[in-house]
Design a protein around this ligand. Structure first.
Ligand code: PAF
Length: 286
């Protein structure tokens, strides 16, 4: 497994492989790899001849109130996990390499970033799209793998790739959950035992909403109300949002008659957790 820090060396390494006709899959990460990331690596391996993982805690997607310094950076463990998964290249640039002095350009996707996490985290998606655009330039891979856990991020990145004609396929992969339903996240390590237990209410509420939609419930007010009650009755928390949105435009829905995505962001203690679930009213047994 090659570990590369420099941009030129990374680009050359990818181009050399592609010159041999090899298909390259890219998994961009901020490290602190868990089973969710490993599932992306496995999907990339299944679809590609060579897999590159990037590990870069991107400062531009953190707001001043969010603790960039405290973000976990277990590089040794991450490299070991990549090696065990048969990753071919790990790109671990420094912040100075990615954002040298004088950098002035950023990428902004408009409407899709207004709602959901965009409301609570101003500037966050500009940081994401800018770094992902840079990674796509540095690593001219054939496909890139993103988790559906960050559903808005996935849709925003797809839009950017489409709008800016990046020659790369963006592949969304399903959320990986603990056996009790909690969506895997690098932030779960911040939860105390009781908060961890409380956090399971999020997926429980989402799956219950999915069943209700399948049984014919169309009212988003009712669906959201029930999710809120299920989450709030487990203990103190601050709900940032619970919304049912169109799966592609991310516009909020008032009624669910077709496909929709129910998205939730909740702070339990200081930890902000997000989760989402696809619902399909066309399967409703009315
Ligand atoms: O999902 C993440 O880990 C990050 O937002 C990404 C896509 C690696 C960009 O920094």
């Amino acid at each position: 497994m090659q570990i590369i820090e420099e941009i030129k060396a990374c680009r050359k390494s990818i181009r050399d492989r592609q010159a041999k006709g090899l298909r390259v899959g890219l998994v961009p990460t901020m490290g602190a790899l868990h089973e969710g990331h490993l599932s992306l690596i496995r999907a990339a391996r299944a679809n590609s001849d060579r897999v590159i993982v990037t590990i870069f805690v991107n400062p531009t997607q953190f707001s001043p109130e969010e603790d960039l310094a405290a973000y976990p950076k277990p590089l040794e463990a991450d490299l070991a996990a990549c090696l065990a998964e048969g990753v071919d290249i790990v790109f671990t640039p420094t912040a100075d390499t990615m954002y040298p002095e004088g950098t002035q350009t950023s990428v902004h996707v408009t409407a899709l970033t207004d709602g959901l996490c965009g409301k609570d985290r101003p500037g966050h998606f500009d940081g994401v799209t800018t770094v992902v655009a840079k990674l796509f330039q540095i690593i001219p891979a054939d496909a890139a793998y993103f988790g559906e856990k960050d559903y808005q991020q996935l849709i925003v990145v797809k839009r950017m790739v489409n709008d800016l004609n990046f020659p790369i396929e963006v592949i969304g992969c399903p959320i990986v959950r603990e056996t009790d339903g909690l969506a895997l996240s690098s932030r779960n390590i911040y939860l105390s035992r009781s908060q961890r237990h409380q956090a399971t209410s999020i997926s429980r509420a989402l799956f219950s909403a999915q069943r209700n939609v399948e049984k014919g419930e169309t009212s988003v007010v009712k669906i959201i109300g029930e999710i809120r009650t299920t989450i709030e009755e487990t203990g103190p928390c601050a709900i940032d949002y619970i919304e049912a949105v169109h799966p592609e435009t991310l516009k909020p829905l008032e009624e669910i008659h077709g496909l929709a995505r129910i998205c939730v962001a909740v702070k339990i203690g200081k930890t902000r957790l997000i989760d989402n679930l696809a619902v399909d009213a066309t399967t409703a047994s009315r």
